[in-house]
Design a protein around this ligand. Structure first.
Ligand SMILES: NC(=O)c1ccc[n+]([C@@H]2O[C@H](COP(=O)([O-])OP(=O)(O)OC[C@H]3O[C@@H](n4cnc5c(N)ncnc54)[C@H](O)[C@@H]3O)[C@@H](O)[C@H]2O)c1
Length: 407
């Protein structure tokens, strides 16, 4: 049996996937409400295919509890935030979860850290915690790191098809963990040491962040001198060795906007490009706001006539963590108006920001301008909802109409 600890965006689908593929699984989370919801047969977030997977896993006997289980394999999938001042990882959740597993584990158990951690975190924080509790690593318990790479919006497919990395002290333990993930993963599974696995995952997200930052910096340069960044990128990408990403309103979520900071925090003198990229991406909500102000001035639009479409950090998910819209709404309050703009996101049912509305009709009332922050499929399917409005389209999804402004 395996015990998946942490049943959030990563732990829940992972637990379900194991269960649906014949592995005996108990999921543990210390959030009682979350466990109660799952035990009532309801999923806790929206994701394509999650409800079907949940129902298959329930039929296969998956269960959820707040208790840590006595078993021989633990998968730790808890948050790994960074400290906003030092930029270093906050390993407290991972360490606490591993300690809880140690309280109940069998002799010879394998503890697999799935959470994304900065290189050296397991050496610096997890090993001392294990040794501190009197366990011999490699004898009483074994350690492995299997960082997750899936993207919200396509998680179920990617869990099955993505290649994976497994870091382990002992290659035989790596093989056992590989065999476990092979119950559902058909991608290639590379086995390496723990530190390499830690670094590889962080590097992957950093690569993405830097490439996004390049596109965003181009958007700023082009705008400053009246050039069309989208046309330039379109033509440049016809070069066989050029593949520039699209600029956007910033980077959010729990991965790309977080993990590069780990490298900045640990290698401040060396990670200069990485820091610059992070800062460039973090500056984009302000840039969007500056663009909005220009357009409002040109068209004599009042802040109360502007609405923001999209609150999540990407399309077709309900995850708002680190979302560019949250940052922008916050700045907007300071710069544009004491009355916050209306905000609408068809994927977000809870009230997250002031003046959030929950239907497109209410959103459109008295609106003259909309800032599109997320290109949800609902919008792409029917762009006519914004007919007659001035649109600031930060995702390049609203076509080329004369009222549509791009970054
Ligand atoms: N969300 C993503 O898209 C994504 C993608 C790849 C990797 N990751 C990484 O996966 C890890 C988990 O991220 P997430 O998005 O699933 O986080 P999350 O916040 O959605 O879920 C974490 C869960 O862990 C629970 N938890 C925390 N400490 C616990 C403990 N000691 N015992 C029991 N439960 C505990 C919390 O209650 C929460 O439900 C992070 O390291 C993240 O960087 C996330």
């Amino acid at each position: 049996m395996i015990n998946v600890i942490g049943l959030g965006y990563i732990g829940l689908p992972t637990a379900l996937m194991f269960a649906a593929h014949g592995v005996e699984v108990v999921g543990t989370d210390y959030d009682k409400n979350l466990v109660t919801t799952l035990n009532k047969g309801k999923t806790t977030f929206k994701e394509e295919g999650l409800d079907d997977l949940f129902s298959n896993a329930m039929k296969a006997g998956v269960s959820f509890t707040t208790e840590y289980q006595t078993c021989d394999t633990y998968i730790v999938s808890v948050p790994t935030p960074y400290d906003k001042c030092s930029k270093k990882i906050d390993p407290a959740y991972v360490v606490a979860a591993v300690e809880s597993a140690l309280d109940v584990c069998r002799q010879g158990s394998i503890i697999v850290v799935e959470s994304t951690v900065s290189p050296g975190t397991i050496d610096k924080y997890v090993r001392p915690a294990i040794v501190g509790k009197g366990f011999a690593i490699g004898k009483d318990v074994h350690l492995a790191h299997a960082p997750e790479r899936i993207i919200p919006g396509n998680m179920i497919h990617e869990l099955t098809s993505n290649n994976r990395t497994i870091g382990a002290d002992d290659p035989q333990i790596g093989e056992r963990v590989k065999e476990l993930y092979s119950s559902f993963c058909v991608g290639e599974i590379a086995i390496t040491d723990i530190r390499t696995a830690e670094m590889t995952k962080v590097v992957e997200n950093t690569f993405r962040d830097i490439n996004i930052a390049f596109a965003n910096e181009l958007a700023k340069i082009c705008h400053s001198d009246g050039m069309d960044v989208h046309e330039i990128i379109r033509i440049a990408n016809k070069h066989p060795r050029v593949n520039i990403l699209s600029p956007g309103p910033g980077v959010g979520g729990h991965c790309i906007s977080v993990d590069p900071w780990f490298l900045v925090g640990d290698y401040p003198e060396l990670a200069r490009l990485i820091r610059n990229a992070r800062e460039t991406n973090d500056s984009m909500p302000e840039f969007v706001l500056a663009r909005a102000s220009e357009i409002m001035k040109e068209n004599d639009i009042e802040p109360s006539e502007v609405g923001v479409y999209g609150l999540t950090y990407k399309e077709d998910v309900n995850d708002v963590r680190e979302s560019p819209t949250l940052q922008m709404v916050d700045s907007m309050k300071r710069h544009l108006s004491s009355e916050p703009c209306k905000v609408y996101d068809p994927w977000v049912e809870n009230d997250i920001v002031p003046n959030q509305v929950h239907s497109m009709d209410v959103f459109l009332e008295n609106l003259r301008m909309v800032i599109v922050m997320v290109g949800h499929s609902q919008l792409k399917r029917d762009l006519s909802v914004f007919d007659g409005l001035i649109v600031l389209d930060t995702r390049n999804v609203c076509g080329d109409g004369e009222n549509v402004h791009k970054l």
